[in-house]
Design a protein around this ligand. Structure first.
Ligand code: PMP
Length: 406
């Protein structure tokens, strides 16, 4: 058995993949990795993206460097996708980034360079404070810490109800130091799958405004919650409508299946064109010594898909297809658990959104799943629903029931 409790969630992912690779069982299941899989458990290249790639390749384009700010056509389409066509805020600074991770890091770099020194907003030692939900994506704390920010947390998930602790969250936001940055998952919260509903977002928006906090949205799963990218951007758009100066990190890894191509964007609402130009310029100054200029191929594919109405419509259907398959697996898992004889309450499996299910299983239970059933997930009990298929869901339910029944 593996010593789950001694490893961080991020390290665990590596261990899970390694242990999974060595396990000879033909029934083994990898539910650790946060990448979409089709119903055969295979990586999925969206047909719309394949078509875009064929068209781009056929043009035999050159492979020169992009400007440090990135691909202009991609950026304008990315902003339309996030904020809504015709609704992109005035004075928005935007740059292409190395996917969502790079967007978060650049936001952290910007904060570290310009937001420090405001006593009220600082962490104990003068670094700008970034507040993360508890829990958050395992990489967030390291990203902002390495950028030079202080990292704190706010109440988010309530283990006893397996849902949002809205009261605790609002209290923590209201008590936060004025001027601090609050990171919000726009949709499909990782790792819990628990998102605020529209009413809760309204209360969160008011609390962020009252407390004088700066909202930083991380939108890594636009389209994965509802199947509709516009619906999944509702929280971001609501904050814009409520008058916040939103900062937004976008990833195209999941919704375009472009994981390895590192396609993302960071946008910063500044209010006017002159300030936007100044912020864009500073973002480029930060990007230049870090990666010089962003990657070319993936953004050409997104630009091609979103620039062609028919291909964009096809892409929307494919995103909806991924969301629907995952939602279907949630329902199938709950039904299979009942069939296996489980009398536990698994309603949270279907209540939660996006790619992950925060199962509530303990680290010990997760260790038993690996040792006795060859079912691998991270020690926090997070199941990547993308790894569940119509072929393995029955076996998974049997395994989950066996390790949770007493
Ligand atoms: N934010 C969140 C919440 C994520 O779950 C992920 C991916 N696991 C990312 C950002 C970044 O992914 P990428 O760098 O591939 O866009």
């Amino acid at each position: 058995p593996l010593a789950y409790e001694r490893l961080s969630a991020a390290t665990w992912l590596l261990v899970v993949c390694f242990a999974f690779g060595r396990d000879p069982s033909p029934r083994k299941i990898n539910l650790g990795v946060g990448a979409y899989r089709d119903d055969d458990g295979a990586p999925y290249v969206l047909p719309s993206v394949r078509e875009a790639e064929a068209r781009v390749t056929a043009r035999a384009l050159n492979m020169e460097y992009l400007p440090v700010a990135g691909h202009a056509g991609f950026l304008s389409k990315a902003m339309d996708l996030a904020y809504g066509e015709g609704a992109v805020p005035e004075g928005l600074a935007s740059v292409q980034t190395l996917s969502g991770t790079g967007a978060c890091r650049l936001a952290g770099d910007l904060l570290a360079r310009f937001a420090g020194g405001d006593k009220a907003a600082d962490g104990a030692d003068g670094r700008p404070l970034v507040l993360l939900p508890n829990p958050s994506w395992a990489n967030h704390a390291a990203i902002f810490r390495d950028a030079g920010c202080a990292v704190g947390t706010y109440t988010y998930y309530e283990p006893s109800t397996k849902s949002l602790n809205l009261e605790g969250m609002l209290r923590d936001l209201r008590d936060a130091p004025r001027g601090a940055t609050v990171l919000l998952h726009a949709c499909a919260h990782n790792p819990t799958g628990v998102d605020p509903d529209a009413e809760a977002w309204g209360e969160i928006s008011a609390a962020v405004a009252d407390a004088g906090l700066h909202p930083l949205f991380d939108m890594a799963y636009q389209g994965f919650t509802s199947g509709d990218p516009a619906v999944d951007a509702a929280a971001v758009r609501r904050f814009v409508a409520d008058g916040h100066a939103v900062v937004l990190a976008q990833s195209f890894s999941k919704n375009f299946g472009l994981y390895g191509h590192r396609v993302g964007a960071l946008s910063v609402m500044t209010g006017d064109a002159a300030a936007a130009a100044a912020v864009s310029s500073q973002l480029c100054i930060l990007g230049r010594p870090s990666y010089s200029n962003p990657p070319l191929h993936g953004v050409r594919l997104v630009d091609e898909v979103l620039g062609d109405a028919a291909l964009a419509a096809q892409w929307r259907e494919e995103v909806a297809g991924m969301a629907t398959r995952i939602a279907g697996m949630r329902t199938a898992l709950v039904a299979a658990l009942a069939d296996a004889g489980s009398t536990a309450d698994w309603r949270h499996v279907t209540d939660q959104n996006g790619m992950f299910c925060y199962s509530g299983m303990s680290a010990d239970t997760v260790a038993r799943l690996a040792a006795e059933w060859s079912v691998y997930l991270t020690s926090n009990g997070r199941i990547s629903m993308a790894g569940v298929t119509s072929k393995n869901v029955g076996y998974l339910a049997e395994a989950m029931h066996a390790v949770t029944k007493d």
